[in-house]
Design a protein around this ligand. Structure first.
Ligand SMILES: NC(=O)c1ccc[n+]([C@@H]2O[C@H](COP(=O)([O-])OP(=O)(O)OC[C@H]3O[C@@H](n4cnc5c(N)ncnc54)[C@H](O)[C@@H]3O)[C@@H](O)[C@H]2O)c1
Length: 380
């Protein structure tokens, strides 16, 4: 079967998704319609139907599925409309502005509808390898998790060039919900969800924006594992360093290389049995890199098409987007209130706190400065 797909939103990322189809990177589907505000050069170039209203595209009967790549605040409205009309949906991250919006969207999907999220970093071979090692319990019980991801630097032009980014009204947040949503997803995908979160944020610390551009969080897990997460769009050079430490060793990823350290014997056993006061277990280090480069977005897109055409299991079901959004929402709520937040998040409390900020927030007027875009530099 050839799936008929429509793409709603043809900005930075929607255009890239359309080009993936036209370049033949996605098998089993054809692009039958696109929707964007204003003209769309890609529709003209490839002679496909263009709509400026998403409802018309969804009602056109030209599409079995839609890929939604519009500003974050519109994800809820457009996804609800598409799901209600029976279409399969691949939605750009983040799922929505809040967990409660996400839950309402998920409740609309019928069992025969495929609803997936563009959590493309799940296809990064380094993270796939880390997940496998942790799931196979090769690290033993986890002691500490630490991810410093300050390699999300964005210059001011990034914020000035669009009206919705980095506003409470347009995104419901900044660094956490836009850039770090990828890291928060990978963190929970590999290590599970914490039960307590303490968050600290810098709001507009490095840029003229109202939302957070620096975030730090402390996590406590049921198992006793502890974790820290640090993100920033204001630092250069940034760091990407992700460590998972267990009783049997450690995984250490520095953004390029992944090292697996194996303790012999496990730390707890060594500690309880050694007579040598200043000794440590023997450690064997293996370098698991380099990894092949992967077109992450195309893999998720292909998996979505295959889930519909061939019943393949989804790599990133939309349901999974609730966890990273819950982490992002909880870090913000903790920073606003100064309290430690218990998970699962009290979504009513978060909604009220966000609504207060959204009611005082406006989309900005984009500056008319010539900006350069190289999307290959965007995904770290
Ligand atoms: N997965 C990733 O790596 C990744 C990368 C970039 C962006 N994103 C996500 O993709 C989404 C879009 O980001 P972007 O940078 O491409 O935005 P953008 O501002 O560059 O483009 C948005 C597009 O949506 C269209 N649009 C806006 N409102 C619309 C509406 N109501 N109906 C139809 N079309 C509408 C605009 O005309 C434009 O074509 C965001 O949610 C963002 O977080 C994901």
């Amino acid at each position: 079967m050839t799936l008929r797909i429509g793409i709603i939103g043809l900005g930075n990322i929607g255009t890239q998704h359309a080009e993936s189809v036209f370049s033949g990177s996605i098998e089993g589907c054809i692009l039958t319609a696109v929707c964007a505000r204003g003209s769309s050069p890609i529709a003209k170039k490839f002679k496909i139907r263009h709509y400026s209203n998403y409802r018309e595209l969804i009602d056109s009967n030209l599409c079995d599925a839609v890929l939604i790549a519009t500003p974050t605040f519109s994800h809820f409205e457009i996804t609800c409309y598409a799901l209600n009309k029976g279409l399969h949906v691949l939605l750009e991250k983040p799922l929505s502005l809040s967990v409660s919006e996400g839950e309402q969207m998920l409740a609309l999907a019928k069992p025969d509808q495929v609803f997936s999220l563009m959590l493309n970093q799940r296809t990064d071979p380094a993270f796939v390898t880390m997940k496998k090692i942790v799931s196979q319990n090769l690290l033993g019980s986890l002691q500490r998790i630490s991810w410093t991801m300050t390699n999300w630097f964005r210059p001011d032009i990034y914020f000035h060039a669009s009206n919705w980014r980095a506003t409470w009204a347009g995104e419901g947040g900044g660094l956490l919900v836009n850039q770090c949503i990828h890291n928060l997803d990978i963190l929970q995908w590999i290590c599970g969800m914490p039960k307590l979160i303490q968050g600290f944020c810098g709001f507009g610390k490095y840029h003229e924006i109202e939302v957070e551009d620096e975030a730090m969080a402390f996590f406590e897990y049921d198992s006793g594992t502890v974790g820290t997460f640090i993100g920033s769009t204001g630092e250069s050079p940034g760091i990407n360093r992700f460590e998972v430490i267990g009783d049997h060793g450690m995984l250490c990823y520095d953004g390029e290389s992944l090292f697996h350290y194996k303790n012999n014997p496990p730390t707890s056993q060594f500690s309880q049995t050694t007579q040598d006061m200043f000794s440590q277990p023997d450690v064997h280090r293996s370098n698991l890199s380099p990894f092949p480069s992967v077109n992450q977005h195309a893999v998720i897109f292909q998996n979505f098409v295959n889930a519909i055409n061939l019943n393949d299991e989804l790599i990133a079901p939309a349901q999974d987007g609730l966890n990273s959004l819950g982490l992002s929402n909880a870090i913000l709520l903790s920073a606003w209130s100064g309290e430690r937040i218990e998970m699962p998040l009290d979504s009513d409390r978060f909604d009220k706190a966000l609504e207060l900020r959204r009611s005082q927030s406006k989309l900005r007027k984009p500056t008319r400065i010539a900006n350069k875009i190289d999307m290959t530099k965007s995904f770290r």
